[in-house]
Ligand binder design. Structure first.
Ligand SMILES: [Fe+2]
Ligand SMILES: [Fe+2]
Length: 201
């Protein structure tokens, strides 16, 4: 766990960048991310808490500002991000970590960068945050409890379930599909099918 004073400093600083609801979400994602870390990678506990707390810090930045920051820093903006620029808040939030919070941790940065669309070859911290953001205590949708339970048993199968859920929702809403999410789905598909299939037999 982060030291109490550090957690206080960060949760207070975060209030400057978001309303009460997203602040509550951020705290709950931090809790979910720490829980998953304690199961799958106890050595990542502190980084999991940081990543969870700060992952959405750029979410309330106006979209034109997010696009401007992304372009200014030479970040690639994919066609899907061009059409749905709110997808950028992970990448932009990662860039702002140091300036906004004085956090200089490349792994936490990468996890925040990855949390919206996912990415093939994501490291363990990124996988923890990607799943935690989807199953935090404030999330309520049919099937969330099954993914919560799966995440405790098999993190990679849960990554697949999250990618599948995000793709399904994107398709249902007629939004543009982000290639990273498709690639991530394909990366874990066989593993997840093995886990899910074996368990149903
Ligand atoms: Fe987010
Ligand atoms: Fe989030």
């Amino acid at each position: 766990m982060l030291e109490h004073a550090e957690r206080e400093r960060l949760t207070n600083a975060l209030k400057d960048y978001m309303g009460a609801k997203r602040h509550d979400h951020s705290c709950k994602v931090a809790t979910a991310c720490v829980r998953l870390a304690l199961i799958h990678a106890p050595e990542l506990e502190d980084q999991a808490e940081l990543a969870g707390l700060l992952h959405d810090n750029a979410k309330k930045l106006p979209v034109p500002d997010q696009l401007a920051i992304a372009r200014e820093r030479g970040l690639g903006v994919s066609p899907a991000e061009e059409q749905s620029p709110e997808l950028l808040h992970g990448k932009v939030g990662a860039l702002l970590l140091k300036r906004r919070f004085g956090i200089d941790d490349p792994e936490v940065e990468q996890a925040i960068c990855d949390h919206v669309t996912g990415r093939v070859g994501m490291g363990l911290l990124s996988r923890l945050l990607y799943v935690a953001d989807y199953i935090s205590a404030d999330r309520q949708f049919p099937g969330v409890d099954e993914i919560r339970e799966l995440a405790q048993r098999d993190l990679e199968a849960a990554v697949f379930a999250v990618a599948r859920g995000k793709l399904t929702s994107i398709i249902e809403r007629g939004l543009s599909i982000e290639e990273n999410t498709v690639a991530l789905y394909n990366e874990y598909r066989q593993h997840a099918r093995r886990v899910l299939w074996d368990e149903s037999n």
